[in-house]
Ligand binder design. Sequence first.
Ligand SMILES: [Zn+2]
Length: 654
Amino acid sequence: MRYFLTTAIDYVNSRPHLGTAYEKITADVIARYHRLKGDDTWFLMGNDEHSQNVFKRAQEQGKDPLAYCDEMEQTFRDTWRGLNVSFDDFIRTTDRRRHFPAVQALAQACLDNGDIYEGFYEGHYCVGCEEFKPEKDLVDGLCPIHKTTPEWIKEKNWFFRLSKYQRPLLDLYAAQPSFIEPETRRNEILRLVEGGLDDISMSRAGQSWGVPLPFDATSVVYVWFDALINYAAAVGYGWDQARFQSQWPADLHIVGKDITRFHCVFWPAMLMSARQPLPRQVFGHGWVFFKGERMSKSLGNIVDPLDAAKRFGPDPLRLYLTKEVPYGADGDFTWERFEEKYNADLANNLGNLVNRVASMTERYRQGRLPASPPRGSTLPSVAESALTTYREAMDRHALHEAVAAAFRLVSATNEFVATSQPWALAKDPSRDADLTGVLYDAAEAVRIAAVLLQPVMPDSAAEILRRMGDPAPAEARRLSDAAWRSGDARQISNTGALWPRIDDKGAPTVSETPTPNPEPASPPAPAAPAASTAAPLTAVAAASDDGQIAIDDFMKVELRTAKILAAERLPKSKKLLKLSVDAGEPSPRTILAGIAESYEPEAIVGRSIVIVANLKPREMMGTVSQGMVLAASTDGGPAMLVNPDPAPPGTRVR
Ligand SMILES: [Zn+2]
């Protein structure tokens, strides 16, 4: 099967940061998964260069814009290479051989089909977004993303008749429900299109940095219209019709949630107008924050993905971003959590397992395992169900679930080794065959886990497979190789620890500029009693020197069960949800909980929770919070609500 996937192309006015890298890494996981399935995969990436920001940046540096873009192309390619991103093609919008003819052909086709007309545009324009901003989208007159005052622009523009495509787009979404993923993005887009579409400007007057309009030499094609066409341009549209027909349409566009609208509304409408086939699917992923903040130059909290990759190599970073962020939702990166997960998943779990299997096989069997018929252990069935779950999750882009399935097999194998006690079997000559069988099964389970992890951790998987005696090159390996085998002898190699444990909390390798907290009224995370919310507890509980408290002290904290009746986001807060809870009292309580990054409000209505009922009411963000919700969280990690078994609201917890 043929599989053509793309990522968004990036503005080159600054270096890629971890948020940009997140998209490329997850797309690479999908591309490598399709290669593992044996699909004829084509993975396209590229740079978006016709932005006024790029032009300005080049001018600031006293460089010719094209020369500047050439340099940035190297920077981007070096970054992607450093992260093991295996793109097959890289297109730039300044590519005169491929991109210019495609953009001009598509603009001309839309004009010929009556969908482009001349008019005047007047409005707010954010240069940061390269986008006209409707009045209603501004917050206190500022762009909500860039916090800058947009320019007021009035100019002659060519317009694309987007309004005409409202019905055809709604028909498309209805006929092809998987066109937009995940569900949350689909609902956003549906609401947007159902609300009606305005025609949109598709040209900018009096500029030279861009693709000239074929029918008006005084204007260039507006950067977003220009950029979207890269996907078709790369595979021949406007310059190699035969190639275009063999490779188009794209099977999957992977884009950030902020530009889903361009890809699910504008792009299919443009293609409908030009009478070209539509892409099959758009996946809008979430954002990766740094300590809960969106990474941005102005906030000074950019994490360079190469710095993160330098910490332990690219694979642990790829694993973290794939496994710890539910694909489609937002996630968070902190150096502490990254190290914590490295230790837990790699040093202690997978790395430890590889090491144990290899060193015991060396010690007891000189590294040589003969073919071993199934011995009735549960591992083959655990491996089989891991493969089934993995495949099903990957096919619907639940990358985090797929990786979790592979790690369940790793954990099960560690348990299997612990309970089978090969070191005890080795002392009993009558159990020789059992020892071989245990080592063989463990090595086979590790081999299968490595096949499943190959798309996520390509280098590490190759190394583990080599150690487990399966040295075939990655390109030759298929998902069917993740089936249990017992008929071949194995040469296991023991070559030292893959991932040494990190014990010291050393200084991060990247400076973490303190950033102004945009939520000054934000309380010390009411949902995370572990860290900063210790305050109310210590206030009542006089801790002894060893940090222990007496039972009387604990009993001063009145914990009660409650039921969530309603939940909503606070407009100005990323972290807080405003809950209305039934705590068994005559009227519901209002509690603000710092769980907005972990839960959608609709999803938790009806849930049973535990609250601190006698916490002094506190005013936060203009609302009085009457208590605190208990949730578990690791530093910087998502909050996980504490769920009691069913008990009437107001039941004392002790
Ligand atoms: Zn903006």
